[in-house]
Design a protein. Structure first.
Length: 226
């Protein structure tokens, strides 16, 4: 009788050991599965983050190229920027390149790089400066009280947009253009005398009327009686 009880107790202990071992294996597998899933998510996030960074870099480069082209146009002819028909924060223009010539057109431009379509455009706004001695930029037009529009300064905002998952990616930045290379006409020869009625299409050496002035010699104006 004692041997039978011993056997029963012994068999019961083996069953418990097997159950514990199976439970440990299942727990171990669950932990491994969690680790693998977390690693996969980390890798996926890293790859997605890398793609996002690459696209941001491409968009920034495209925006800077557009900004450089706009500046080149303003340096060549300020009126190509200042005389645009619509100027506001919502205006949309792009630069059209034909050979070495750059022109501004209304609307947006697109370019495709590595399967991603980027949309590029810029806006133009008139700039207001304070009427005091500092002449600081206060806002964009329409100008508030105490400030006036500065025809030699324009605010440019450049945009690059592209599709990104469930949203639209965007890079934008603003800067100011200044007309620092104004053309100045200097006239020192009035020897042609009076009688010129304006306006004229080409400058010459004549003037409309004068009194008590001798301008007969080129480069010299004399007040008569002195």
């Amino acid at each position: 009788m004692k041997m039978e009880k011993f056997k029963i107790i012994k068999n019961h202990s083996l069953s418990e050991i097997r159950g514990q071992s199976l439970m440990e294996v299942l727990i171990g597998l669950a932990i491994v599965a969690v680790i693998i899933a977390a690693a996969a998510m980390a890798i996926s996030f890293g790859l997605q983050s890398n793609k996002t960074n690459q696209r941001n870099q491409v968009a920034s480069s495209l925006a800077q190229q557009l900004a450089d082209k706009v500046k080149a146009i303003s340096d060549a002819n300020w009126n190509d920027i200042y005389n645009l028909a619509v100027k506001s924060s919502s205006s949309q223009y792009y630069v059209n390149a034909s050979g070495t010539a750059l022109t501004i057109a209304s609307g947006t431009a697109t370019t495709s790089l590595e399967g991603i379509v980027y949309t590029l455009f810029f806006s133009v706004e008139n700039v207001c400066r304070s009427n005091d001695a500092s002449s600081t930029i206060t806002s964009t037009a329409p100008c508030p009280s105490g400030s006036s529009e500065d025809p030699s300064t324009q605010k440019i905002t450049v945009y690059t947009r592209w599709p990104a998952a469930a949203r639209t990616g965007e890079i934008k930045f603003s800067y100011y253009l200044s007309r620092w290379k104004n053309r100045v006409f200097k006239q020192s020869d009035w020897s042609g005398g009076a009688g010129q009625e304006g306006p004229i299409t080409e400058p010459n050496n004549k003037y409309a009327t004068s009194s008590d002035i001798d301008a007969s010699a080129s480069g010299v104006i004399k007040i008569q009686g002195f």
